[in-house]
Design a protein around this ligand. Structure first.
Ligand code: NAG
Length: 278
């Protein structure tokens, strides 16, 4: 996501937040009295200052694709561009409050609570799936929207329109979700009229993308997608703790003849993949 795109996103957000401050719609029936939520405040000398506070909840670790190291400089660039374009009015300070969520659901929750204590108006992140789940479920009660480029699992792509929706007030602005990847797989299967699939995966693979269990969550999304279809049968097998040398043997026992059949030659498949991705 380039700075230009982010600038657009933040501009839209600003407008949304400003409107939201006027027409508040918290999911909580009894509201806590919090005067710190106002955008503007007056100090003892009568000087009025206005700031919009945004928590940035991400792992402070370069191991992850979406981390504070990579995102903070981009957010800073976006803010200065917004100021240059006068989209962000000069009377309003956009204050970013970074917090390390360790890509861990519990730390993310604590970071969200700490940020709430600092009276944030919105959350950027978290991005790891289990963290988005934890913070996303409470964000609607904290009355602060959650914007993330993460949150890939099927559940996050479900409707988020009314308060009773699990992730109401969570917005995904990423380009791809596990549902989309499942869609690609199923399209390939449809192309060849394949009705049986065996899902072979490493549950802990690709941690840098969505944190713990990235591949497992991907497969879970795939299974949910297949179940919705109803005409595809599947088996699954996880290769956790297995050496690469054992793959051949495990394919024999787990896949074997059960998934064999007459089909296109690989040359044709390659052609299809090329068409799909180019
Ligand atoms: C992230 O790590 C750097 C270097 O280790 C440290 O200086 C910084 O304070 C950390 N930031 C947060 C928000 O934890």
């Amino acid at each position: 996501m380039g700075p230009r795109c982010l600038t657009k996103v933040i501009a839209t957000l600003l407008i949304t937040i400003m409107c939201a401050t006027i027409a508040r719609s918290s999911c909580r029936e009894t509201k806590l009295a919090r005067d710190c939520e106002a955008l503007c405040s007056k100090n003892q000398r009568g000087f009025i200052s206005c700031e919009l506070r945004a928590a940035v909840l991400l792992p402070n670790n370069t191991l992850f694709d979406i981390s504070l190291y990579k995102v903070m400089p981009v957010l800073d660039l976006a803010v200065s561009r917004l100021k240059a374009l006068k989209i962000l009015p000069n009377w309003l300070e956009l204050k970013l409050l970074p917090k390390d969520d360790h890509c861990d659901a519990t730390y993310a929750q604590i970071a969200a609570i700490d940020s709430y204590a600092e009276c944030v108006h919105l959350f950027f992140g978290p991005a790891c799936d289990y963290c988005v789940a934890n913070v996303g479920r409470v964000a609607k009660f904290l009355n602060a929207p959650l914007i993330t480029t993460g949150g890939f699992t099927f559940d996050f792509t479900e409707s988020k329109i009314v308060c009773s929706d699990e992730y109401f007030m969570t917005t995904r602005i990423g380009t791809l979700s596990f549902r989309d990847i499942s869609n690609v797989f199923v399209s390939v299967m449809d192309r060849y009229n394949w009705k049986k699939v065996h899902l072979v995966y490493d549950p802990s693979g690709q941690r840098k993308i969505a944190g713990k269990h990235t591949c497992q969550l991907m497969m879970k999304s795939m299974v949910q997608f297949i179940k919705l279809r109803g005409d595809i049968t599947f088996g699954n097998f996880d290769i956790e703790g297995m050496n690469t040398e054992e793959y051949r043997e495990s394919l024999k026992t787990n896949v074997g003849n059960n998934y064999a059949g007459t089909g296109p030659k690989w040359g044709t498949s390659k052609f299809l993949w090329k068409n799909l991705f180019l």
